[in-house]
Design a protein around this ligand. Sequence first.
Ligand code: URA
Length: 269
Amino acid sequence: MEHTGNSLAALNFYIDAGVDEVIGEDPVDRFAESQAAVAAPRPVAARAAPLAKTTETHTPNRTQTEADISARTLAAGAADLAALRGAMEGFDACPLKKTAANTVFGAGNPAAPIMLVGEAPGADEDRQGQPFVGVSGQLLDRMLASIGLDREGVYITNMLAWRPPGNRKPTPEETSMCLPFIRRHIELVAPRILVFVGGTSATTLLDAKQGITRMRGRWFVYPPDGDAGARAIPAMPIFHPAYLLRNPGLKRLAWIDLLAIKARLEDIS
Ligand code: URA
C-alpha cells in the first residue's frame, strides 16, 4: 500500500518534471546504472570537487543582543531533541513567536540518515505545528517519493520555528537570533546527509553569499568553518518546492539533484 502510494507520487513528480513520454519498448533501470557508476572507481578529482568550500561570509556581523545570548545558552544547554523543543517553546524573545500560532519544531524520523532544513513555516505549517504540510510540502513529498523516500525516511525541520507574518522573508536579526537553535538541532539529529531546501537555509548555514542557483546540486561541508569538534556532514542545497511551483521548468534540475542525493545515500549505506 505504502509502496503503491510512493510509486504514484513518484509518477506525479515525473509528470511535473516533464517526463511524460515513454521512449522505448523496454523499461531501463537508470537507478541500477547510476548505482554501477557509483560503485565504479572514480577519479579523485570527481569525488573531491563536489565538496565545495564557501569562502565568502553571508551572516552579517552584528552586536549580540540579550536575546541572542539567551538563545545560545538555551540551545547549548539542550541535551536532546525533547529538551531543545522545550527550550524553543519557552523562548519568547524572538518577535516572530509573538505572532505565530505554533512552534514548528520538526517532523519525521530523527534516526533517519538524511535531514532536510527549509526556511520557515507558512500558514498551513503554523496552523498544524508541522513543517512542510502545505502545497510546497506536498510537492516535497512527491520529490522525496521519486527517490524512494517518505516522511519516515527523513527528518524535516526549518531554519526558523515560527512563521514570519504574511510569509515575508525573515529579517537577518530574526535569522541570526534563531541560528543557535537550528545548529543545535542539526548537532542532536547528527544526520549523515543534510539537504538545505531553498536559498535561505543554504546560504545561512553554509555561510555563503552565492545564490541557490549556483549552490544547488553541489556538495558542501557543514559546518562550513570546519569546527574541529564537529563532525563534517555532506550538505546539498536544492531548489525550494515553492520556487519549483513558480518555475516548473526547473524541476528537471531538481530531479538531477535528487538523484545525486539518492546516490550519496546509497554510497553511505
Ligand atoms: N516552506 C518552508 O521553508 N518550510 C515549511 O515548513 C513550509 C514552507
